[in-house]
Each structure stands twice: as structure tokens, then as C-alpha cells.
Design a protein around this ligand. Structure first.
Ligand code: TYD
Length: 213
């Protein structure tokens, strides 16, 4: 089973993944947790280019392609082999980030971007996408308060981040069977237990259906 976590800046995705992975392991599954951009040595080098504050002159086309380069490497080298070995894969951001940020956020052509994403992933889609939804102002405030490193991609304008959030909500609406929206403004423990509960339900359904087939 392939699970992705998505959300705007400061939604707290990243800190929720290790406890979620432990929760799934306790149920007897082997779990692989990874992240985008990055997750491989090549992907981490691409990530450094994408986040470098000195790269202010990066064009939107270059940006979207760099994200796909890191993704293609991660899918082939890490995600597909783990799924083929029967593991549960949890990825901190995936293809929907490109649609939300480079598509809705930057106003790129959604169809073109979707076909680039399809090329990069070879069509691999998550079984479940958890959207940690949060007001944009609150997310950016959290990120600054927590002293998290501020990178080139965070420095985009507020209106951009608002389009990203709306984009996520629209994507979730288009594929309600894949997406579950979690209210990330709740206390962290509540968000964590929501995530565990949703994943536990999906795993139970998946097991039920594989026994039946
Ligand atoms: P990161 O520091 O990992 O942020 P976060 O903790 O919010 O995930 O930086 C990833 C940044 O890259 C984040 O601003 C979202 C952005 N991004 C895209 O714009 N497009 C993409 O396809 C991906 C994977 C990430």
C-alpha cells in the first residue's frame, strides 16, 4: 500500500510520519518512509538546487522538471521495489505537490504538468493521500515560530500559498476515494490519532478485499 502525505507549509506532516510508521509496524507490516524532493542520493542533490536561496532566477519550467527528476529517481530506486516487496510506503509529499505548487500555485498548465508527473512516476499513484489542511497564515506562522529553516520555496508570496491550499482542496474533491482531509489546526496528538485511525481503516479494508479475492 502506498500512502502519501500532502499539505501546505507548516501543516506538520513531517513530524507525524515516524509515529505513523511505528503504528503501522506494530500491526505487523514492514514500512518504508521517504520524502520528496529527495529520498535518494541523486534526489537529495536535486533538492539542494531547488531549495538554495541563491537560485532566485530559476524558471518555473526548470523548477517543475527538477522536481520530476528527483521523483523519477525515487519511484524507480525506492518506492516501486518496496511496494513490490509488499511493504507499506509512506511518502512525505509526492505527485500532488507538483500539481498544487507548480500547477495551482504558479498557474502552470495543469494538463501539461500532469503529463510530466505521469512520465516521472510511470503512472504510479498512491492508494491513499492524507491532506493535512491548515489556514495558510497559521502554517507560515508555525513554520517561523518553530525556527524551521526558511528556504527558497517558502519565500513565495502569501497569495501563492493560498492558491496552493485551494489547489489541494480541489484535487481532493476530484478524487474523494483516494484523499482524506485531516484538520491540521487540531492539537498535534489529535492530528496524529486521526492519521493512525484512517490508515488502520484502509489497511483493514485492503486486507478484507485481498482475502475475498
Ligand atoms: P520542505 O522543506 O520539505 O517543506 P515541507 O516540510 O513543507 O514539505 O520543502 C519542500 C518544498 O518543496 C515545499 O515548499 C513544497 C515544495 N514542492 C513543490 O513545490 N513541488 C513538488 O513537487 C514537491 C515535491 C515539493
Amino acid at each position: 500500500m502506498f500512502i502519501t502525505l500532502e499539505g501546505p507549509e507548516g501543516s506538520g506532516k513531517t513530524s507525524k510520519i515516524p509515529p505513523l510508521a511505528d503504528f503501522i509496524r506494530q500491526k505487523g507490516y514492514k514500512v518504508l518512509a521517504t520524502r520528496e524532493p529527495g529520498g535518494t542520493a541523486i534526489g537529495d542533490q536535486v533538492r539542494a538546487i531547488l531549495t538554495d536561496l541563491a537560485n532566485t532566477h530559476m524558471t518555473p519550467r526548470a523548477e517543475v522538471l527538477l522536481f520530476q527528476a528527483a521523483r523519477a529517481q525515487l519511484v524507480e530506486q525506492v518506492i516501486r521495489p518496496a511496494l513490490q516487496a509488499g511493504e507499506v510506503v509512506i511518502c512525505d509529499r509526492y505527485a500532488d505537490s507538483t500539481l498544487a505548487y507548480q500547477g495551482y500555485g504558479q498557474g502552470g498548465d495543469l494538463e501539461q504538468i500532469a503529463s510530466l508527473v505521469h512520465f516521472a512516476t510511470g503512472g504510479l499513484k498512491p492508494d491513499l493521500t492524507l491532506l493535512l489542511d491548515l489556514e495558510v497564515e497559521e502554517g507560515l506562522r508555525r513554520k517561523q515560530i518553530n525556527g524551521v529553516e526558511w528556504n527558497r520555496l517558502d519565500a513565495y508570496a502569501l497569495a501563492y500559498h493560498q492558491r496552493v491550499r485551494q489547489g489541494y482542496l480541489e484535487l481532493a474533491q476530484k478524487e474523494p476515494e483516494r484523499w482524506v482531509i485531516v484538520d491540521a489546526s487540531q492539537p498535534p496528538d489529535a492530528v496524529q490519532s486521526n492519521l493512525c485511525q484512517i490508515v488502520a481503516e484502509r489497511l483493514a479494508v485492503k486486507n478484507g478485499s485481498s482475502r475475498g479475492s
